[in-house]
Write a protein that binds this ligand. Structure first.
Ligand code: AMP
Length: 585
């Protein structure tokens, strides 16, 4: 009876979503009103002269569009323990650390109960739509989730990554249970102090509960691929543990050991079965359904910088569907994937109009204006003219501005999205790229997306040799005259010099931006450089971020490493084994 009551009523969730998105404009107006009423006493809003007004026009007239840098002094005072209402009416008790892979160091953003509630609302919404197409039964989820350390700030607030704050919230577990997506690993594994040990135990739990696993998931696709690459290395050790019912001595934390001891019993039949299944695979193709025969889908964010991992994930997944998770950030959620059966690369996110107040800076207009007026590469310095959620146009690209329940007002998220259509009256957004991740030497502009496409195309040359690009990054080297693009590749095995030279030329030719091509032709940008990295280099980059307090769950390989991100640049440069310069121009 209790079990039944806890299951989410999916049709009701869908109905609420449909009703709300048929009235997007009003819901946005009401949401803004609620945010401003709840937080009207905050110093930040008090100083802007709203005088109790909560309508969108007054809001836009009084409140400036800001970046994280503008709000940093306010957030810092909260972090340091100021007791007065600064950004929100109710005091902030928890701080999220964004992954910081873009800037090179984590940023602090406020987290509160309202943000937690919107997180769960978005999870429930996409689950409801997903469950219609891909119903899961009462079983378990193999979730590669990890909680980073939750520390205390100088002012006594809890600080952890946003995912940590979510996983540690008591509502999370309840919600996962209601969505029949309960993690198969015990809490001690999720909250274990060492992510490698946690990963090993997640894999072990997955194998122990293999028949019950309904879905395999993680926040970002990177962690799923990372987990199965690890399984390739440790599967024999896992089989020994299962056969003998004794956990390997490499798991050293007593809490994790005792939690695992409760699950692990000698099971030679299971160990033999896993050995047989794995031995029967060809190059690990279809590993996931072979090990987890009842898995319905694989779930995690798969768009944007995660697209690179899809090829490998598809290989492991065989014919199991891949479904991208929702779109959001440490600052707040934006949209849910309500069309789970479209091809992963075409995933769109329908904005939930009651989880925040959303505005959009039209990019085409601003970029053209800026190029015309100033030829300035710093597009973030442009005066933005944002439009509202219901004013966006199909086919246009925008930068997202968020006003949240957690103290961010007209905050530039820095993401570029494209409007692909509308669900009722709310837009469906495709994630395009981070706006400030741009390769530029002079008049050229290449985005994260351009880089991703160039790498994808060039990688086809090494795929012919049965090798793959495990991960990649880039950098603009301005120490040379003229400056030039540097692309870093970590590849799976040996590839001949001829092929890599060809890859280098191919990369150079793949950047078709007019500014780049014309500059290359007159040597105003030097030949593109492809640097091949030692195996394990990106693991070192990940370790570096973990050392800064980032969580594996939220990790995104930095696709473009700026000159001030010394540490990461140094890791990459110290591990170069071969270098090629393009002769394409
Ligand atoms: P974080 O800084 O760790 O909070 O990460 C948030 C960022 O991750 C967003 O601003 C996006 O750039 C990226 N992101 C989040 N969700 C998605 C998604 N569904 N597709 C692509 N990128 C995403």
């Amino acid at each position: 009876m209790l079990e039944k009551m806890e299951i989410l009523h999916v049709e009701k969730v869908i109905e609420e979503f449909e009703t709300m998105t048929k009235d997007t404009e009003n819901v946005q107006r009401e949401t803004l009103k609620k945010i401003l009423e709840e937080n009207g006493s905050a110093e930040y809003l008090q100083n802007l002269g709203l005088n109790g007004r909560t309508d969108p026009q007054s809001f836009k007239a009084c409140v400036p569009v800001v970046t994280h840098q503008d709000l940093d002094p306010y957030i810092q005072r909260i972090v340091d323990g100021a007791s007065s209402p600064i950004l929100t009416g109710k005091p902030i008790t928890t701080i999220s650390l964004s992954s910081g892979t873009t800037q090179g160091r984590p940023k602090f953003v406020p987290f509160n109960d309202e943000l937690m509630e919107t997180t769960l609302q978005i999870f429930r919404t996409s689950y409801a739509f997903r469950n219609r197409e891909f119903p899961v039964k009462n079983g378990k989820a193999l979730q590669f989730i990890y909680s980073s350390k939750q520390s205390r700030t100088k002012g006594g607030l809890f600080a952890g990554t946003a995912t940590t704050n979510v996983f540690r919230n008591s509502q999370f577990k309840k919600a996962m249970k209601a969505m029949q997506s309960q993690c198969c690993s015990p809490d001690e594994v999720i909250f274990g102090p060492d992510f490698r040990q946690s990963l090993y135990c997640h894999l072990l739990c997955g194998l122990i509960f293999r028949e019950e696993i309904q879905l395999v998931s993680s926040t970002f696709a990177h962690s799923i691929v990372h987990a199965f690459r690890t399984l390739e290395q440790v599967w024999e050790e896992l089989c020994v543990d299962i056969r003998e019912g004794i956990l390997t001595s490499r798991i050293t934390f007593p809490s994790v050991r005792s939690a695992m001891a409760k699950l692990l019993k000698p099971n030679p039949e299971l160990a033999d079965l896993i050995r047989r299944k794995i031995s029967g695979l060809s190059n690990w193709y279809g590993l996931i359904p072979e090990l987890f025969p009842n898995v319905k889908y694989i779930y995690g964010i798969m768009t944007g910088s995660m697209e690179h991992y899809l090829k490998k994930l598809r290989h492991y997944a065989g014919d199991v569907p891949l479904i991208s998770a929702d779109y959001g950030s440490s600052e707040g959620w934006i949209g849910a994937n309500i069309n789970p059966n479209v091809p992963t690369e075409s995933t769109t996110y329908a904005v939930l109009p009651n989880i925040g107040y959303f505005e959009f800076i039209p990019l085409k207009e601003n970029v053209e204006e800026q190029v015309h007026d100033r030829g300035d590469a710093n597009i973030l310095s442009m005066e933005p003219k944002p439009v509202s959620l219901t004013e966006v146009k199909i086919g246009e690209e925008y930068e997202v501005i968020v006003t949240s329940f957690a103290g961010l007002y007209r905050y530039r998220l820095g993401d570029v999205v494209k409007v692909m259509g509308f669900h009722n009256s709310t837009p469906e957004l495709k994630f395009i790229c981070r706006r400030n991740l741009m390769l530029t030497v002079n008049i050229d502009k290449n985005t994260e997306k351009d880089l991703q496409q160039a790498v994808e195309e060039a990688a086809k040359l090494i795929a012919e040799e049965k090798q793959e690009v495990i991960d990649f990054s880039s950098h603009v080297d301005m120490w040379t005259d003229p400056g030039h693009y540097v692309i870093f590749w970590e590849i799976s095995g040996e590839v001949s010099d001829e092929v890599l030279k060809e890859c280098c030329n191919f990369l150079d030719r793949s950047f078709v931006d007019a500014g780049y091509v014309s500059s290359r032709k007159v040597n105003a940008i030097g030949p593109l450089e492809l640097r091949i990295l030692r195996r394990g280099t990106f693991q070192k980059v990940l370790d570096h971020y973990l050392g800064l307090g980032a969580a594996v769950s939220q990790f995104k390989t930095p696709r473009c490493v700026g000159p001030t991100n010394y540490k990461v640049l140094q890791i990459l440069c110290d591990n170069v084994v071969k270098t090629y310069f393009s002769t394409a121009f």
